[in-house]
Design a binder for this molecule. Structure first.
Ligand SMILES: C[S@@+](CC[C@H](N)C(=O)[O-])C[C@H]1O[C@@H](n2cnc3c(N)ncnc32)[C@H](O)[C@@H]1O
Length: 496
């Protein structure tokens, strides 16, 4: 009964948030928030699984329950119904829609009450299915998934660092082929059990979001890492070699950091591994996640993590040999959906996390602190202005390192304010001009990717030079959320 009691509180909280119009975020986040809020003892993952399913079936459950009469004769105590509508819903859900079709509790009056209505519930469900012309309600419920907070493709990359320095990549691919025997030529054609070999990023594959990959040994061993395709662009654009020294300015949770490492150390056995990647993260809790991700990916010896503000802790005199930067600072996250789910999966393997660690993985992955402000309904324009000024400062600081040759800037935002306009502000800055930074040409920035930057943003400033505007827009990469197979994204490369 404890589990159903806890789940009722969570469901109540989710309903309240929906009434306030906040359900569009992530159901998982809401569930985890309420588990923390009510200090629930049940495993949040189990609670989430039940609430997620119950939430999907809720409109149908409500109809079936109403018609069955189960809500009409709830026994009363001191004039009040003894059982709550939501607890009954959870029990009915398990009876009708769970795998076991059983209510998971011992003898209890509420269970007996629901079982008393079992045949009515079943016959109403049959009637509803006939009306909806489906054999099983999951047919319609699953369809709804695609419009919700779910990525159209789950992107996974083979991590050569866990494959004997790349020698075993083909063996991993063969292993993947056993789970995903059908190869499709287009990510739009991905169905459960199929796999798509990405044409832009080496060792990156698309699978169906319903295909469970986190229980696979390859995932547990860190041989494959879940990472959205567009989020793989920065490391690929930077394309560092084993002779480079790279700073990742805003690194946690570390997807791009470990991806950079795979380019540098993925295919050469280093006799004497040494640090060549310096990762900065100002949030101590997130830095812990970063450390874990680095460990799982097998590149601890090559990466040094510094907890602190990159613009203060990293100075040109301390990093005299740095050649390149990944700058992926906090942003509005407006290109994101389903992100908390995807990224938290990567960290579910850290079952040994302390409570403190758990809190941060649950609440936060790539979601910037600024998200909080947004929830407080801060004016979007003001927020974007603050963010872009911060983003400008971080890139400009990276540009001040005299030995740096290449800087890849990225956001998971769809707003020009954080993307093309930041590029423009930098290009117009006198110091940046003096340091010699330019936007890299399309040819060196995944040229076959079709969606490029917004030319109209550059035309606002360089009105008289259409060729320049075209070149600048072409130098930028954009990805639209969902339409391009994953999150909304922006990337640009500065070089000199
Ligand atoms: C978008 S996330 C980075 C995601 C990461 N690149 C990845 O791919 O996994 C931005 C991170 O930058 C951190 N951050 C923000 N300002 C920073 C600063 N001034 N110095 C270092 N880290 C900062 C945030 O705490 C957050 O963890």
């Amino acid at each position: 009964m404890n589990f159903y009691r806890d789940a009722t509180w969570v469901l109540e909280y989710v309903e309240q948030q929906e009434a306030k119009g906040r359900i569009s975020g992530s159901l998982q986040t809401l569930v985890l928030q309420s588990c923390t809020k009510y200090k629930l003892k049940c495993n949040p993952k189990h609670v989430y699984a039940v609430i997620d399913s119950c939430w999907k079936y809720k409109p149908y459950l409500e109809k079936v329950m109403k018609k069955s009469g189960i809500l009409d004769d709830i026994p009363k105590k001191k004039g009040k119904p003894m059982y709550s509508r939501l607890t009954l819903m959870l029990l009915c859900h398990d009876l009708l829609f769970s795998k076991s079709k059983r209510i998971q509790m011992g003898k209890h009056p509420i269970k007996e009450y629901v079982l008393k209505h079992k045949s009515r519930l079943h016959s109403e469900l049959v009637r509803l299915k006939l009306k909806l012309k489906v054999k099983n309600l999951s047919e319609i419920v699953d369809n709804n998934d695609s419009t919700e907070d779910v990525t159209p493709v789950r992107w996974i990359r083979i991590n050569p660092l866990r494959c004997y320095q790349g020698r075993d990549v083909n063996a991993v691919l063969e292993e993947l082929g056993k789970k995903f025997p059908k190869r499709v030529e287009n990510w739009n054609d991905i169905v459960p059990g199929s796999i798509y070999y990405d044409e832009y990023i080496p060792h990156l594959y698309g699978i169906h979001p319903q295909d469970k990959i986190t229980s696979h040994e390859l995932y547990k061993q860190g041989k494959i890492i879940i990472q959205d395709r567009a989020s793989c662009f920065p490391a690929h654009i930077l394309n560092p070699s084993k002779d480079d020294i790279i700073i990742d300015a805003c690194a946690a949770p570390g997807n791009k950091t470990t991806h950079v490492a795979s380019y540098m150390f993925g295919d050469a056995k280093q006799e004497d591994p040494h640090v060549q990647i310096y990762a900065f993260e100002k949030d101590p809790e997130r830095a812990k996640i970063l450390e874990k991700m680095i460990k799982v990916a097998g590149c601890s010896k090559n990466i040094q993590v510094t907890v602190g503000d990159f613009t203060k802790a990293a100075t040109p005199d301390k990093f005299k040999d740095v050649t390149g930067f990944i700058v992926d600072p906090s942003c509005s996250g407006s290109g994101i959906f389903g992100r908390k789910y995807v990224d938290s999966l990567n960290r579910q393997r850290n079952n040994d996390t302390t409570d403190k660690d758990k809190k941060s993985t649950e609440e936060d992955d790539e979601v910037p602190d600024e998200q909080e402000d947004y929830n407080k309904k801060e004016d979007l324009k003001t927020r974007l202005a603050k963010l872009s000024s911060f983003q400008f400062q971080v890139i400009k600081h990276a540009m001040s390192f005299p030995t740096a040759k290449k800087i890849v800037y990225s956001t998971c935002s769809i707003h020009a304010e954080e993307n093309e306009r930041v590029v423009l502000d930098l290009l117009l800055d006198s110091k940046v001009k003096q340091w010699g930074w330019k936007v890299a040409a399309k040819e060196s920035v995944i040229p076959t990717w079709p969606r490029r930057g917004k030319i109209e943003e550059f035309e606002e400033v360089f009105r008289d030079d259409p060729a320049k505007c075209q070149a600048l827009a072409d130098g930028c990469i954009r990805a639209l959320p969902r339409d391009d197979g994953g999150i909304g994204f922006f990337a640009v490369c500065f070089e000199r």
